[in-house]
Each structure stands twice: as C-alpha cells, then as structure tokens.
Design a binder for this molecule. Structure first.
Ligand code: BG6
Length: 499
C-alpha cells in the first residue's frame, strides 16, 4: 500500500508548468530529480499539463528518453510504483538535444526548444541547471537569445556555485544579468530535508528551548555528515571540489545557520534568509596558524575491502590535484555574537566513514551542582538521516531499590512512526517550492558569497601548506587529528561517547 501524502503535500495547488532540465539525462536527474518528480506526480502535485523537458547533448528522441527513464528510474521508486501514474509520468517527458557553446551563435536545439515552449508563455517556465557551474552563464545567455526567458521564468542553480568567492560572484553576475534575483533559486538540498525544517519548528514553535539556546546553557554543537560511500567515477568533479567545497560551504554551513540564527520576525522568504546571513557574517575567520589548529583534512587510503581515494575506479588517472584533495574535513567554528560567544561549533564530513549519518548534536552544559554520581549533560540530537527524528537525552534513575543509579535515556520523536506518512525526499519539497514560487528554502546571493568569504582563507591556507591531507583507512572513523580537535578540550564526537 502506498503511504498517503502528508496533509501539507495535499494542500498545494498545482498549476501547469514547463520544467526544463539542463543535464536532464545526467546522474542527478536520474537519481534525484526524476524520482522526486514522480512522487510529486503520484501525490497529485503536478498539474495535468505539466511537462518535464530534458536537455542534453545526446541525440535522444522523446521515446529514447522515456525508455531510459523506465529502465533506470523506475527501480528507484519501488514503494510508489503505480503503473497508471508511471505511464502518465512518462508521457510528460520530452527530450531536446542542445549545444550550449557560448560563441554568440544559437546552436543546435535552441530553435527546437523554442518551438516546443512557444505559445506557452503564460505558464511557469523553470530552467533547472543540473550541470557544472561554468555552464550557468552561457546557458542563461542563450536561453535569452532564443527568446525563452519570460516574466514567469525561474532558474534553479545546483551547487557548487563556483569554487571560491571570485568565481561565485562571476556566476551570480552572469546569471543576474538575465534573471532578477527573485527569479534565481540556488538550491541546497539539505534545506529541503524534513528534520531541517523541523529544526525551525522545534526552535520557534516551542517556548521551552529559547531561554536555554545560548552560551549560558550550551557547551558546544556538533554538525556531522558522514558517508560510507567513496567517490568512484567522480574524480573529475571531486578533485576540484573536495569535502570543504562539496559539503561544508553549503550543506554544513546552512545547518549551522539554522541552529545559530536569531528568531526571525516572520516565516517569509526574506526574514529567515536575513537571519542566516547574519550568522555567516559573524563566523570568526580562520586562516594561517589558526587553520592549522582548528581545521583537519584527511584523505581515505585503502581499508578492508575498499580502495583508497587514489585507486578508485575512474575514467581518468589521478593527477596532482587528486593527491592534495581532502575527502574528510573537520573544523572548529565559532559564531562571534552575544548569544554564542565561546561556544564551539564542530563541523565534520567525510567519505568512506563507518556509517552514513547526518546529525546535529546540541550538547548542553553539566548541571551546576550535582547531587548524584554518574550523571552526564543533556544532549539534543536532530537526526537528518537515517531515520529522521529528534532525541532529547535526559538523565533518569534506573529502577530499583538501594543506590540511585543514573542512566541517560532518549526522549525520542521518529517522524515516520509518529506521523505514519512517507518522509518525502528533500528534492520533492524544493521542486514544489520552485514551482510554487517560494524561495525561502533557497540560498540568496549574499548568503552564498558570505559562505565563500569564510571558506576562502581556509582553502588558501591549505593550498599554501603544500602538504597532503592526513590519510585514514577507508571504513575507519577518520584521521586521528579529528578526534584531537575535540579531545584537546576534553570533548568527543557524539558516537564515541557512551550512550
Ligand atoms: C551532495 C554532494 O551535495 O550531497 C555529495 O555533492 C554527497 O558528495 C551528497 O554525497 C550527500 O547528500 P545526502 O542527502 O545523501 O546526505
């Protein structure tokens, strides 16, 4: 039986749109966008005439694309596979081969695309750029040259937005020359995750947390996104990105913002983004010797049954960049403002670690005066994956006569169990938000640039060090320095402590 869509999903009113996906036959499209769109269709959130138009360099026909999606995507949506919806979904798909060479001429495909979209100027038109960032400017210019940019158009930019502040600015300028800021949706799929949304609700729809959400009561915060996967077949991208650009500049910093931001005055598109921006602007810069003390970078080496980063199967052999790139990073960040002064925010992410886990751990301080032996401080754990939920670890007395024995026990909320609905993938929510014209969960230009402004000096210090990252065996808990980063102050990563 299909789990029913959530009431929030049912409330949305769909209207006809053309979703034009550049990179529409690529990995992101096949793994994330199309399964998400299928689920939206199944939940009745795509209007009857909505079309999904994939653009790629390959010379596919509409039927070729449908065959490819049938073969590659259907298996990714098993729990919702309804033959009738699946047929309807496939019928929405179109393919147009385009060439985005940026030499002033309109190349192959653009006229076909214009013919396909023509006469539908009153519909929402969404250009989703699931392609490398250097294509964003050329794509937008050519879309404009082909007369495709209408007042109802929006453009969605996938991360990474550049590789440093300068390149991010250039992309923002180029896209901004064609689309107004209100039409630009910079996606960070972490902001569409259910627990991330719930963090806002937990903080701002409950009264009990706010008085203790500060440096008086909170010892430190940990934000961890650990993955078991490596990077096979991704060397071309990953060598240039590394964990800092791939994960920290966007996903982890966005999570940090939501934990640290001040209560916004309203739940609207600008108020939340204004508050997040202030957090990014308050991050203490890390560079030079501080980068050595407060940051860690590692690269996985061979581990039990797993190759090291340099030996991952790939089309191209390792280059100099491969030897230097980090597949793991840990950082001790600080938000320099009244609320958070002195509270470390530990960020950590890496590939080929022992478990796939994304979580935010808010570690409270110990009781001011303890009358029981064996207590440990309270901890709030927000699980983004797996099994989205929230646990508040409190101290309880073990049942029994005699000595009082304390044990930390979690008061837990599992979204799947409590609400009995399928937890939608982040891309479902975000795609529906783009279609509904709601940019609240997308990054504004100033946010992206403020994040790069903090990241750039760390990158510069790492680059100038000229030393390779610290190796850690694939499948291990990361390089020893990551443990020392917390260990120096008597702290430990969440999973290393007794529960
Ligand atoms: C992407 C990164 O943005 O996020 C990938 O490019 C990473 O390297 C992925 O694996 C993790 O996303 P999730 O939702 O699986 O945690």
């Amino acid at each position: 039986m299909n789990p029913s869509p959530s009431p929030a999903a049912q409330r949305a009113t769909p209207h006809d749109a053309d979703l034009v996906v550049f990179g529409g036959t690529g990995d992101l499209s096949m793994r994330k966008l199309l399964p998400a769109l299928y689920h939206c269709d199944r939940d009745g959130r795509l209007a009857p005439q909505t079309r999904i138009i994939a653009l790629s360099r390959g010379g596919l026909t509409d039927d070729d694309l449908r065959g490819k999606v049938d073969a590659e995507v259907r298996s990714a949506v098993p729990e919702g596979d309804d033959p009738e919806v699946w047929r309807r979904f496939l019928a929405r798909l179109r393919h147009v081969p385009v060439d985005v060479r940026d030499d002033g001429d309109l190349h192959e495909g653009w006229r076909d695309l214009a013919a396909l979209l023509g006469g539908n100027e009153d519909r929402d038109r969404i250009f989703y750029l699931a392609s490398p960032p250097m294509t964003f400017g050329p794509f937008c210019r050519q879309a404009q040259q082909a007369g495709l940019v209408t007042p109802r158009s929006r453009v969605v930019l996938e991360k990474p937005l550049g590789r440093d502040l300068a390149s991010a600015r250039q992309i923002n300028d180029e896209v901004g020359a064609i689309f107004a800021e209100s039409q630009i949706y910079r996606i960070d799929h972490y902001l569409g995750k259910e627990t991330v949304q719930n963090l806002l609700v937990l903080r701002f729809a409950n009264a009990f947390l706010e008085p203790i959400w500060n440096s008086l009561w909170i010892d430190h915060v940990q934000i961890s996104v650990t993955e078991t996967v490596g990077t096979p077949g991704r060397r071309g991208y990953y060598d240039q990105a590394g964990a800092l650009r791939d994960m920290v500049q966007n996903h982890l910093l966005q999570l940090l913002c939501l934990v640290a931001m001040e209560p916004p005055a309203r739940n609207d598109r600008e108020s939340i983004r204004d508050e997040k921006l202030k957090v990014l602007q308050s991050l203490r810069p890390i560079s030079g010797s501080e980068a050595d003390r407060f940051t860690v970078r590692g690269q996985y080496a061979e581990g039990p049954g797993m190759p090291g980063y340099l030996d991952e199967p790939d089309r191209s052999p390792p280059t100099d960049a491969s030897y230097r790139v980090e597949t793991f990073t840990a950082i001790r960040a600080e938000v320099k403002n009244w609320r958070w002064a002195g509270v470390p925010f530990y960020l950590r992410t890496g590939k080929r670690l022992p478990s796939r886990r994304s979580e935010i751990v808010v570690q409270f301080k110990d009781v001011p005066h303890s009358i029981f032996p064996g207590g440990s401080p309270n901890r709030l754990v927000l699980r983004l994956q797996p099994s989205e939920g929230i646990d508040l670890h409190i101290m309880a007395k073990e049942p029994g006569a005699g000595e009082v024995t304390l044990r930390p026990v979690p008061l837990g909320l599992s979204f799947a169990r409590t609400f009995g609905t399928r937890v939608p993938d982040a891309y479902e929510r975000l795609l529906m938000d783009v279609m509904g014209g709601n940019p609240t969960l997308f990054m504004r230009r100033d946010e992206v640039e403020a994040a790069w402004r903090w990241i750039d000096p760390i990158l510069a210090t790492w680059d100038s060090a000229g030393t390779p990252p610290e190796p850690y065996p694939a499948g291990s808990a990361g390089p020893p320095s990551a443990h020392e980063l917390l260990g120096r102050s008597g702290r430990a990563w969440h999973e290393e402590e007794p529960a």
